[in-house]
Design a protein around this ligand. Structure first.
Ligand SMILES: [Cu+2]
Length: 167
């Protein structure tokens, strides 16, 4: 039995087939939900990954997430790649002489037992040169590469323009 079999329109849809398909879809749902919530590779976990929808026609976007290192050695986030933008990098919003500006913060070190929260007004993943608008309710992939843990692909969930968190 497969999802394709469930979606196929040919043949009569018997109550038992409907029931089988419903239970199949219910077993698939928690898997994709869990993937969007937390992804682990080696000792590093990436979770609460989200972005704000694009406002107007801006060429840049921002992704927020939480990184944690459950191992005994430090790791470093050395590269970020996404199909939605030309370039992605770790930035930090800083205040200098009453003016807000952004500075590059990569490669980002995560010490053993440490969690780093990327959130509005602080650290963030800057997306530069968006290839398409970031649309609310949709998602896009982001690949994070760590020195030790390797690459982790996460789904970035898109929230509204004024959202302050992923929930
Ligand atoms: Cu930035």
């Amino acid at each position: 039995m497969s999802v394709t079999w469930c979606l196929r329109k040919s043949g009569p849809v018997s109550p038992s087939r409907r029931w089988l398909c419903l239970s199949l879809l219910l077993t698939l749902l928690p898997v994709s939900y869990a993937r969007a919530q937390a992804t682990t590779s080696g000792d590093v976990r990436v979770e609460r990954v989200w972005a704000r929808a694009s406002a107007g026609t801006t060429a840049n976007g921002v992704v927020y997430l939480t990184l944690s290192n459950h191992g005994e050695r430090s790791d470093r986030l050395v590269a970020l790649i996404t199909s939605i933008a030309r370039e992605a990098a770790i930035h930090e919003t800083v205040q200098k002489n009453g003016m807000l500006s952004m500075e590059e913060r990569g490669p980002l070190e995560i010490r053993p037992g440490e969690s780093i929260v990327l959130e509005p007004s602080g650290l963030h993943v800057m997306l530069m040169g968006l290839k398409r608008k970031i649309e609310e309710g949709r998602s896009f992939p982001l690949t994070l590469t760590f020195e030790r843990a390797g690459s982790i692909v996460v789904d970035v969930v898109v929230r509204g323009v004024g959202a302050s968190g992923p929930d």
